[in-house]
Design a protein around this ligand. Structure first.
Ligand code: G
Ligand code: G
Ligand code: NA
Ligand code: MN
Length: 255
């Protein structure tokens, strides 16, 4: 059976679902939000992450179908946390290029939020630099502008690994930059990585863009980032991604 057919089946069977990784404010140590990360609860292989099936994102139709499902599930989870009185902050979802060019993404997102009784400020859209390239850049820009004006936050993911052009920060409504975890990994020992991270933090401060460091695994990395003015951090030091049902107890036990 072809992967695309298998994925269609998995969608029908409800095997795709978001897990949630917390994002921490480095100054206060509190949880300010979560990133929704796609998981495939495979009946035979167990829980799979995108590194095990990431090639499905090369298929535009599958990307759109999975994106739609994840939006449904994520807004449903957020609404259930609200009902429990759980202050989860915001949730970031990853959006790929085809999702911008097929169908009305901003309308879909805003109506999903509305249907769940959630203000747009609860949602962050994470894109990588690749969505800014090619023929669809203008469509993407307009969609991001619409979302941004409605109150949705826009985050630029994996910053520094792609075709990072500083022009993009002017042309697109970027509220947050996520420093890729490859720069964080050796931050204490590699003077080049340390310099790059400091420069990105300074860039963010100058432009009024919040900075999130990804892949924070040690207290020393977190200390370096905090001392250098980084706003937020995500990584195994705090928590891996968890199923939605574990989010309220994580928040409850945090402080
Ligand atoms: O979840 P990790 O746990 O393995 O995620 C690996 C990569 O897959 C990350 O770069 C992340 O941006 C991407 N990814 C995770 N969830 C989604 C999703 O729902 N949609 C898209 N397009 N990419 C995702
Ligand atoms: O969107 P993106 O590339 O940034 O997705 C985050 C990916 O990073 C997911 O695969 C997630 O499981 C993974 N991840 C999250 N925290 C850590 C961490 O502290 N260390 C490493 N190596 N990977 C992490
Ligand atoms: Na991401
Ligand atoms: Mn990333």
């Amino acid at each position: 059976i072809q992967l695309s057919a298998r994925v269609r089946l998995a969608l029908e069977n409800g095997e795709f679902l978001p897990y949630y990784q917390p994002k921490i404010c480095l100054n206060t140590g509190t949880i300010v939000g979560f990133e929704a990360l796609l998981r495939w609860r495979h009946p035979r292989k167990g829980l799979l992450g995108p590194q095990e099936f990431g090639q499905i994102f090369e298929d535009p139709d599958l990307s759109v179908a999975i994106g739609e499902r994840l939006l449904q599930l994520t807004t449903r989870d957020m609404a259930s946390w609200v009902r429990l009185g759980c202050a989860f902050g915001h949730v970031a979802i990853n959006v790929s290029s085809p999702e911008f060019t097929r169908g009305e993404l901003p309308e879909r997102m805003l109506s999903a939020l509305d249907a769940a009784g959630l203000p747009p400020e609860r949602l962050v859209v994470e894109v990588t630099e690749t969505v800014f390239l090619g023929r669809t850049a203008e469509t993407v820009r307009q969609s991001l502008q619409t979302l941004h004006q409605a109150g949705v936050f826009i985050a630029l993911d994996d910053f520094g690994t792609g075709y990072a052009s500083l022009t993009h920060l002017k042309q697109f409504p970027v509220d947050r930059i996520k420093i890729d975890r490859s720069f964080v990994h050796d931050i204490e020992h590699d003077i080049d990585d340390a310099a790059i991270v400091r420069a990105v933090i300074n860039l963010g401060q100058s432009l009024g863009i919040e900075i999130v460091a990804e892949g924070v695994e040690t207290a020393a990395q977190a200390a370096f980032l905090r001392l250098n003015g980084c706003d937020f951090a995500q990584g195994f030091l705090y928590s891996k991604a968890l199923p939605a049902t574990r989010v309220p107890s994580l928040i409850k036990g945090w402080n």
